[in-house]
Design a protein around this ligand. Structure first.
Ligand code: NIG
Ligand code: FE
Length: 414
């Protein structure tokens, strides 16, 4: 048994004495902060916490005592949307965009997702594991403690399964909590351009049964977008996924609004992700549903596309969630502190709203809320300590600074 005392915490962020539900609407402005406090880690779990005045145990009884005067303690971020298993990088497309090409034009010229798929098909499982592990280490250092990872750069039976087997191994090899999402419907491969139904049948009849047998995925995803998959095709895949026991987390409304949100809500998707281009009717669809809206502002930043309508979603009493979208094409970054800053700067979320969105709501969007997303007795000791800062709002304010000093995953320093 390893017992660690963290004491003299300036503010313990997102603590809760009993389970807090997903955070919606006006309540998103409420961020619980316990000032002048302590927290005790026992092995891999949060054992207890409270005000310094309530600390009764003798410091001798701990294996380690960490004094954090002037510093804040946060629960780790829960990044519910990434594509961190990939091969190669796409900075040439980045330069093409600087020179005036659009994301769509690049994709139509053989770049984009198909470019990454070609590279991944020719990369071994071991190489994919190695590069993904190094990305996981990188995001852990900026405070991420749980992460969802999608397939979708395979686009053949073999390569999609290879990606998912890699993610399964990452679950064993990384201390982070990982959820896997099957995104066979990320793009229509070149050889199926004239036979879209053929590719969808391949997903349903060849890929999904093995995904199920080998328990390779927790969720199913589709890129529902003009030029990718229609709402009707999306619905079919969501429904077959549901029969296989996979809830849906869907890419939708990134570039165009084509009715995908209605399809997702009707089919009880767990989350709808991106939402850069939203009609009022799309927001109305989400109102009162259990489908979680996930915004990805670092994708908007990198592709220079609109930011999701965070304020309108909050006004509609919805539980806005933030994630990175870390991937080689549209968001080559997994830095949640930057996402939180962008949410404040570009989407007018308050620091309280943005921190709620990237912690507990992120946990709900990947169903790890029982063990992560907040400081609660019995939850995993995935938390981070900041440097000395004047207030928690300083974190999004001082964008680009590395203000996270120490990260604990499963009670161990990383
Ligand atoms: O979430 N939009 C679809 N998929 C990724 C980008 C894919 C790529 O360009 O490689 C995204 O932005
Ligand atoms: Fe994505």
């Amino acid at each position: 048994m390893m017992k660690i005392l963290i004491q003299n915490i300036k503010g313990l962020i997102q603590y809760s004495d009993s389970k807090r539900g997903i955070i919606k609407g006006n309540d998103m402005g409420n961020l619980p902060v316990l000032e002048d406090s302590f927290l005790i880690i026992n092995d891999d779990k949060i054992d207890s916490f409270g005000s310094m005045t309530e600390l009764t145990e003798d410091t001798e009884t701990f294996d380690q005592v960490v004094d954090v005067a002037g510093k804040f303690v946060f629960p780790c971020w829960c990044d519910s949307h990434t594509h961190i298993v990939y091969a190669g990088s796409r900075e040439l497309e980045f330069v093409d965009r600087i020179n005036g090409l659009s994301y769509e034009e690049i994709a139509n010229n053989g770049g984009g997702i198909l470019n990454s798929a070609k590279k991944l098909q020719n990369t071994s499982e071991d190489e994919l594991i190695e590069s993904a592990l190094s990305r996981l280490n990188e995001v852990a250092r900026t405070g991420t403690g749980a992460i969802e990872i999608k397939s979708g750069y395979g686009l053949t039976v073999d390569a999609e399964l290879k990606m998912l087997r890699v993610i399964k191994k990452l679950k064993d090899q990384s201390p982070l909590t990982i959820k896997a999402t099957f995104l066979g419907a990320h793009a229509v491969p070149q050889e199926y351009k004239e036979d879209r139904a053929g590719y969808i049948n391949l997903i349903i009849n060849e890929m999904l049964p093995i995904v199920k047998d080998e328990q390779l995925a927790d969720y199913i995803d589709v890129f529902c977008e003009t030029g990718y998959f229609t709402p009707e095709e999306t619905e079919k895949i969501i429904q077959v996924g549901a029969d296989t026991g996979l809830k849906a987390k869907i890419h939708v409304n990134q570039f165009t609004s084509i009715g995908g949100i209605e399809t997702c809500v009707k089919n009880s998707a767990l989350s709808v992700d991106h939402l850069e281009v939203m009609e009022d009717s799309d927001i109305d669809c989400l109102r009162g549903s259990n489908t979680i809206p996930v915004l990805l502002p670092s994708c908007s930043f990198f592709l220079k596309i609109p930011y999701g309508p965070a304020r309108k979603l909050i006004e509609a009493d919805l539980p806005v969630t933030l994630a990175t979208d870390f991937n080689p094409g549209s968001t080559p970054s997994g830095n949640i502190p930057f996402v939180v800053s962008l949410a404040c700067i570009k989407m007018n979320m308050t620091p309280e709203e943005a921190i709620n969105a990237a912690t507990l709501n992120g946990a709900y969007a990947m169903e790890v809320d029982d063990e992560l997303g907040s400081i609660e007795v019995g939850k995993k000791a995935n938390l981070f300590i900041t440097k000395e800062i004047p207030s928690y709002s300083y974190l999004p304010y001082a964008f680009g600074s590395s203000l996270i000093e120490t990260v604990f995953i499963n009670g161990k320093k990383v």
